[in-house]
Design a protein around this ligand. Structure first.
Ligand SMILES: NC(=O)c1ccc[n+]([C@@H]2O[C@H](COP(=O)([O-])OP(=O)(O)OC[C@H]3O[C@@H](n4cnc5c(N)ncnc54)[C@H](O)[C@@H]3O)[C@@H](O)[C@H]2O)c1
Length: 250
């Protein structure tokens, strides 16, 4: 197989949340490979430093808990000061810990939204003036097919992802006149280290395989390639959409 190179992404400053592992790490690598200047934050300092170390001087990493709004805003502004105004934002961070709906306390609900929803809005509003002043930009918000399917053991996560779909539409309308595009990107079940460790058993994968049209595994790089397209000028008239990459599950 052969994949696209987007000349519009060269030298563009890209900010990615939760970029140290999983799909986020594939985003970091993919934008780096396109010649973008990549900044990313993560709670996992060791994994973040290790990844940044493989990329060289053009990569920028900071340990940051995205549930702390001030720290996330400061990271975005400092990354822009170091690399140039952020014109691509990938809101990737999430935590998909399962919890039975009846057991979600008010505190657990708030904690779930604090990592799965709030950072998307905070990061978007922080990059907005930079993108406006730069003449435009692209925001890609990681959603999930779970926003469409609503699995019972992921009530907070699914609610957050549904909200991300709606928020993407709302911001697309609000900021379209500034040539800022905002799209959601919804993966199906992606084979990441965390999924393999916690939930993607051979039995679960066999069940998934019965439900999808395409039988190959969805890899983090498959999601990254969709994000490259949404970030690039090739998708310049596309905004307010939910791009689903799920092997035909939904
Ligand atoms: N993996 C899948 O099958 C799948 C399916 C649908 C949607 N998605 C979405 O894709 C995105 C990436 O998913 P993933 O599977 O790679 O996730 P992951 O859990 O493997 O990685 C998430 C990253 O975010 C970091 N992180 C978690 N909490 C943080 C915090 N408070 N502050 C800073 N960093 C924090 C983690 O350290 C990790 O590096 C998420 O938005 C997820 O909801 C994933």
């Amino acid at each position: 197989m052969a994949f696209a190179t987007y000349s519009s992404l060269k030298d563009r400053t890209v900010f990615i949340t939760g970029g140290a592992s999983g799909i986020g790490a594939a985003f970091v690598q993919a934008f780096h490979d396109q010649g973008s200047k990549v900044a990313f934050v993560d709670l996992d300092e060791a994994a973040g430093q290790a990844l940044a170390g493989t990329l060289g001087a053009s990569a920028w990493f900071r340990h940051c808990d995205v549930t702390e709004a001030d720290a996330l805003q400061a990271a975005i502004r400092d990354a822009a000061a170091a690399l140039g105004p952020v014109t691509v934002l990938i809101n990737n961070v999430a935590n998909d810990t399962r919890q039975a709906a009846a057991e979600v306390t008010p505190e657990a609900w708030r904690k779930g939204l604090a990592v799965n929803l709030d950072p998307t809005f905070i990061a978007a509003t922080t990059v907005y003036p930079m993108m406006r002043d730069a003449g435009g930009g692209s925001i890609v918000n990681l959603s999930s097919i779970n926003a469409l399917l609503g699995p019972g053991e992921l009530p907070t996560y699914s609610a957050a992802k549904g909200a991300i779909n709606s928020l993407s539409k709302s911001l697309a309308r609000a900021w379209g006149p500034d040539r800022i595009r905002v799209n959601a990107l919804s993966p199906g079940w992606v084979v990441t280290p965390r999924q393999l460790e916690l939930w993607l058993t051979p039995e679960a994968e066999a069940e998934w395989s019965k439900l999808v049209a395409l039988k190959d595994r969805i890899m983090p790089e498959d999601i990254a390639r969709a994000a490259l397209f949404l970030a690039s000028d090739d998708s310049r008239m596309m905004t307010g959409q939910n791009m689903v990459v799920d092997a035909g599950r939904t």
